[in-house]
Design a protein around this ligand. Structure first.
Ligand code: GDD
Ligand code: MG
Length: 370
């Protein structure tokens, strides 16, 4: 079985984290999100993966290479300009020789891919779409199906009051190769807005595979924070333990566990080579990357720090995401939905605005697509 992972989006909703770091390389507990998705595929016996890339592809390729380090075959098809979620598939059709998975690159889920393969074989459509139920379907693709699971209509991001169902497209498809024939070549095509509705209209059999798995699209800061909180709360187990490349580099401490340092309020995750002043307070729900430093009296909770972040004395960090090599001055407050980009410096005593998006000066000038 082959798989395509769609990783060509610019990750605009995660800016400024995605200036310089493509969304699939955004870390989840220190490991790029994409590597965790590849781990799930490998576990399911899918080891031939094509990445449909476009935005900052070199950052992905530099990290994963041909996939041999993680025991997989990874190849890349890079779009000169975004071809859309179906155009991207048509563009790599030469690489596909059999039925194949398509995964949105920003989905965190406990979905059992092997069970989905079995379901697809049993129900025999040209496409099986993983679906889950959510409270507000308006930010997703709505899937209307009959009692047997056959899809009657697919409506991408309907206005909230017009959503016909709360069962939504969870961003994992199993497609027969013939689906590629229905996508026009060399143009921008959306699988959600064009290919699926067109296939349904033509009478093709598409089937919805509804599960109640853990599921989250981590493409926005709130969801990115929530994903870490949920893993710390053990709502979802991450990649198989034992394979270091696919597990965490640091250490997770859960509530009820003995041996956590005194400055820690559980649950937390602390990476390697971290220096925390004993008078600081870290947690609950703090994720501290490798080589971070936390000064005296500082407080960090409900926050994610990537690698090499420096937190000054008496600073307060909460409900915030700080990218790599950020430094926060003495007594500064970074709170309430703030997101700070790579290498940015927050001056001492600054209180950043709620939901602020802060970029380093040098980066503001750089083109986000370069
Ligand atoms: N190669 C390539 N080219 N990839 C793309 C392109 C493109 O032009 N456009 C988007 N992608 C990738 C993104 O990188 C992401 O991994 C995936 O396709 C989905 O794009 P998003 O931008 O994250 O879409 P969304 O979250 O608004 O909606 C999609 O996901 C929902 C579930 O999370 C849709 O598939 C919805 O129907 C679905 O419910
Ligand atoms: Mg998304």
């Amino acid at each position: 079985m082959q798989a395509v992972i769609l990783v060509g989006g610019e990750g605009t909703r995660l800016r400024p984290l995605t200036y310089g770091t493509p969304k699939p390389m955004v870390p989840l507990f220190g490991i790029p999100f994409l590597e965790r998705t590849l781990g799930r595929l490998k576990e399911a016996g899918v080891d031939d993966v094509v990445l449909a890339a476009g935005y900052l592809p070199r950052a992905i390729e530099d990290h994963l290479g041909d996939g041999s380090r993680i025991g997989m075959r990874v190849s890349y098809v890079v779009e000169a300009s975004p071809l859309g979620t179906a155009g991207a598939l048509k563009n790599l059709a030469d690489h596909i020789t059999e039925s194949f998975f398509v995964l949105n690159g920003d989905v965190l889920t406990s979905l059992d891919l092997r069970a989905m393969i079995a379901f697809h074989r049993e129900h025999g459509g040209v496409a099986t779409l993983h679906a889950i139920r959510v409270d507000d379907p308006s930010a997703f693709g709505c899937i209307v199906r009959d009692a047997d699971g056959r899809i009657a209509s697919f409506i991408e991001k309907p206005p909230r009051h017009e959503a016909p169902t709360n069962e939504i497209n969870a961003g994992t498809y199993l497609l027969e190769r013939s689906v590629l024939d229905s996508i026009p070549a060399d143009c921008k095509v959306s699988i959600e807005r064009e290919t699926f509705p067109d296939l349904i209209a033509s009478g093709a059999r598409l089937v919805s595979y509804v599960t109640d798995d853990y599921w989250l699209d981590v493409g926005r800061p709130e969801q990115y924070l929530q994903a870490h909180g949920d893993v710390l709360d053990r709502k979802l187990e991450l990649a198989p333990s034992g394979d270091r490349a696919l597990s965490s580099r640091g250490r997770m401490w859960h509530v009820g566990e003995n041996g956590a340092p005194a400055y820690v309020r559980l649950p937390v995750f602390i990476g390697e080579g971290v220096a925390i002043d004993p008078s600081a307070i870290v947690g609950p729900y703090a994720v501290i990357g490798d080589r971070c430093r936390v000064g005296a009296g500082a407080e960090i909770r409900d926050a994610i720090l990537w690698d090499g972040v420096d937190i000054g004395a008496d600073a307060r960090i909460s409900d915030a995401i700080l990218a790599s090599d950020v430094s926060v001055g003495r007594s500064a407050h970074v709170t309430t939905g703030a997101v700070v980009g790579h290498g940015a410096r927050i001056a001492a005593d600054t209180h950043v605005d709620p939901n602020a998006r802060i970029v380093a000066k040098a980066e503001t000038a750089a083109s986000p697509t370069s």
